[in-house]
Design a protein around this ligand. Structure first.
Ligand code: G3H
Ligand code: 13P
Ligand code: ZN
Length: 307
């Protein structure tokens, strides 16, 4: 089917109290793996491209891959710009066929984030493209930091209310203690559900959880077994993901788990079959490993059967 807007997928998720997955793609194989899993589980899904992915693969190429695959997919698919920072790139995505964009102004002070986000909402509305924005910063917050230090980094629910009202965004990514990458926590993983619930109550918006990779055991074991130096990796545990969904999260962003699965599968082939150099025999198993990760996410998020 043709691409749908992010808003359409998220409104249904919000109403149905489940979350959908948003998976970062950089090439054809990753997009194929995600959509094969989505079709198998009948799950609505976001394919996300970062500015780095656009630089790597090209905007037109990514749009062509996603539109082609989505046209054959039996599920709703949104093409989303992840962590858009450059207004020119955001405009190019709006004009080039993306159906959802994120403006990430989280590195700026509140007033500037608000101003930039408003600008993006204005440009996106003209093309019916949905907008996600971020408040607070996604840096690792350990258990033993002071209340003041925590407050300085995590979302402020009062600000979230003002921000949502003044910008007219369609979804909000509040920082509640996750971070990007494979090394998220040193101690116990605990997200700030109180803050999350307060943001949901005050904004009424579908909320987005960034930095949500779980680093599944089987993925980590394989990567480490075949030489990846990631043994200290730690992700967001399943109970914390379920808690986030209960408190208003409707979109869950996953990139790291796909990267680790791909790296592990490629390392395994290279180690076990040093005579192999057919790209299909190297990238094919990597694609299968990504598909398996994505299937597990759909089962965890509650979006299976919702398409
Ligand atoms: O949140 C960031 C995503 O994992 C994308 O990462 O900017 O390296 O493509 P990237
Ligand atoms: P992970 O690094 O936890 O996969 O987070 C990805 C993300 O938030 C993309 O926006
Ligand atoms: Zn992110």
């Amino acid at each position: 089917m043709p691409l749908v807007t992010g808003k359409e997928i998220l409104q249904a998720a919000d109403k149905g109290k489940y979350a959908v997955g948003a998976f970062n793609i950089n090439n054809m194989e990753i997009a194929q793996a995600v959509l094969k899993a989505a079709a198998a589980r009948k799950a609505p899904v976001f394919l996300s491209a970062s500015e780095g992915a656009i630089q790597y693969a090209g905007l037109k190429m990514l749009v062509a891959i996603v539109k082609t695959l989505a046209s054959e997919a039996p599920v709703p698919v949104a093409l989303h710009l992840d962590h858009g920072k450059d207004l020119k790139i955001i405009q190019a995505c709006v004009d080039g066929g993306f159906t959802s964009v994120m403006i990430d102004g989280s590195e700026h002070p509140f007033a500037e984030n608000l101003k930039k986000t408003k600008q993006v909402v204005e440009m996106a509305r003209k093309k019916g493209v949905s907008v996600e924005a971020e408040l607070g910063r996604l840096v690792g917050v350990e258990d033993n930091v002071s209340v003041d230090a925590r407050d300085a980094v995590l979302v402020n629910p009062e600000e979230a209310g003002k921000f949502a009202k003044e910008t007219g965004i369609d979804s909000l990514a509040p920082a509640i203690g996750t971070s990007h990458g494979a090394f998220k926590f040193k101690g116990d993983a605990k997200l700030d559900f109180e803050r999350l619930a307060a943001c949901k109550k005050i904004t009424g918006l579908p909320l987005v959880l960034h930095g949500a990779s779980g680093v599944p055991q089987w993925v980590l074991e394989k990567a480490v077994k075949y030489g990846a130096k990631v043994s200290e990796a730690k992700g967001v545990p399943e109970d914390q993901i379920r808690g986030a969904i209960k408190n208003g999260v409707c979109k869950i962003n996953i990139d790291t788990d796909l990267r680790l699965a791909l790296a592990g599968a490629i390392r395994e082939i290279m180690a076990n079959k040093p005579e192999e150099f057919d790209p299909r025999k190297i990238l094919g198993p990597a694609r299968d490993a990504i598909e398996k990760v994505v299937l597990e996410k759909f089962d965890m998020f509650g979006c299976a059967g919702k398409a």
